[in-house]
Ligand binder design. Structure first.
Ligand SMILES: C[S@@+](CC[C@H](N)C(=O)[O-])C[C@H]1O[C@@H](n2cnc3c(N)ncnc32)[C@H](O)[C@@H]1O
Length: 218
């Protein structure tokens, strides 16, 4: 399957899942733990320009906004973004959302201090292109934060993508921390630092191996 067709199927899948996503996702149950971990990992003493790439229902974007940062976010699924817009309005938080693929988002190069991609790399037809885009969006010295997990180890986290779509996604089984470190390095980032030890246990029931990494644009 060509990358463009895979991407269309991924976006359509998430639009179909959007109405129920926040009801099942552990990020909602663990929101305050995520807030503590992101606050530490951002290492920000003042308000920063944050871009959340593949924001979904806006969980990380809203946490970043609640920490006082200026936040823009994008997603390829209009349905997920509708839920994100609703959540931002309901919580009174100011986030600028754009319906766009990460690779095509209109945010200006060099306009962000922090770029976040949580649970996005595994579902991308071209994950390296997204990391290179994050690099482009960041100012010198800016920080990328990636979080993902080895979803293949636990049945409840395996996607329900059709087989042909799953087979066309290079990271569909998920990622280990070491694999993510290599990808960050290949995208031009400096040595990555891990933060998942700040969780008392894996935030995903079933103890899925997961990581939270930050790395700087030199
Ligand atoms: C598992 S959800 C994660 C959402 C959110 N980051 C979170 O942590 O809750 C994956 C999201 O990535 C989005 N996505 C997939 N490919 C994308 C792309 N190329 N550009 C932008 N968003 C994309 C999907 O639409 C979906 O909302």
């Amino acid at each position: 399957m060509k990358a463009a067709e895979a991407q269309t199927q991924v976006s359509d899948y998430w639009t179909r899942r959007a109405p129920a996503f926040d009801g099942v996702a552990s990020h909602v149950a663990q929101a305050s733990l995520w807030r503590d971990v992101l606050a530490a990992a951002f290492e920000a003493q003042e308000a920063k320009d944050v871009v959340d790439l593949g924001t979904g229902t806006g969980a990380c974007a809203l946490i970043a906004a609640s920490l006082g940062h200026r936040v823009r976010a994008c997603d390829g699924s209009e349905g997920m973004l509708a839920a994100a817009r609703w959540a931002a309005e309901a919580s009174g938080l100011d986030v600028t959302f754009e319906h766009a693929l990460i690779e095509e988002v209109s945010f200006a190069p060099g306009s962000a201090d922090i770029a976040t991609l949580r649970n996005v790399l595994w579902t991308l037809p071209e994950p390296m292109a997204a990391l290179r885009k994050a690099y482009l969006l960041l100012r010198a010295g800016g920080l990328v934060l990636v979080s993902d997990g080895l979803w293949s180890v636990a049945a409840q986290y395996r996607s329900t993508y059709p087989g042909a779509l799953a087979a066309s996604l290079p990271r569909h089984d998920g990622l280990t921390e070491d694999e993510a470190r290599l990808m960050l390095s290949d995208a031009g980032f400096g040595l990555a630092r891990s933060w998942q030890h700040l969780f008392p246990a894996s935030p995903y029931p079933g103890d899925v191996p997961m990581f939270v990494l930050t790395a700087s644009k030199g």
